[in-house]
Design a protein around this ligand. Sequence first.
Ligand code: 2AM
Ligand code: CA
Length: 269
Amino acid sequence: MNDHHFLSAASDMARAAGQLLQTMYASELEIALKNGNERDLVTTADYAADRLIRERLVAAFPEHAVFTEETFRPEAVIDWQTPTWIIDPLDGTTNFAHGLPIFSVSIALHDASGARVGVVYEPLRDWLFAARAGGGATLNGRPLQVSHQAQLRRSIVACDWSRSPEQRRASARIFNNFANEVRTLRSLGSAALGFCYVAAGCLDVYYNLSLWPWDVAAGELIAREAGATVTDEHGDSWTIETPGVLVSNGLVHAEAAAIVNRHWSKNGT
Ligand code: 2AM
Ligand code: CA
């Protein structure tokens, strides 16, 4: 089995989970708080999609590990020597729970060499973003490339909002700082789609201060394969376990990082 095979399996699973989400989107949902946090929702749809993907992965690739948002335990350590599927069954849960139609399914396969394949599926548009390491990125089969915009003042910059008060204030300061330097600002509510929209060239910059591996595992590969630059929010090197991310078309990256750094320093002030 090779990466073509893994990508095709991941695409099928993302579509199946997406169909399930689409059905549940129109139905009565049970919405709960994670750890009692009003800013952290989970729905029956998150659990149903998580289970669907896990069951299919275990059946198809019993020799691989599976790491999903809804089965995550803080004490868990990923052994990257074992090929590991990293899953966010529903990225954009808050949008989903409020009926805001922007959400996605994210599935990626990583190993010691890094990301091998990634798919992000947006069921309401039937958009499947996909990438293979070294094989480029596509949207519904068409090759993707980041924008050619070299000027920040003509760029669209997006971010999503952390849950912790300090990080939320920092994101707001950064947003405020970008406000008069860019064409406009957006906040879409699915980090995986933030990466994919940079890959597609419809956003020029995306940043987020507080992501988890399942939010980024697929989107980061898709963005990079489409020519994006991915760093931490300060413009320094990024790994899948780095919470802060700055992704751009590359051309406006240094300027964007400078704006972040003006109001958010490495020691968190
Ligand atoms: P989720 O929908 O799977 O929770 C918007 O906030 C985006 O950031 C969503 O993609 C959300 O993922 C993700 N996210 C991940 N961790 C977050 C955090 N600690 N606070 C806020 N959003 C987070
Ligand atoms: Ca999620």
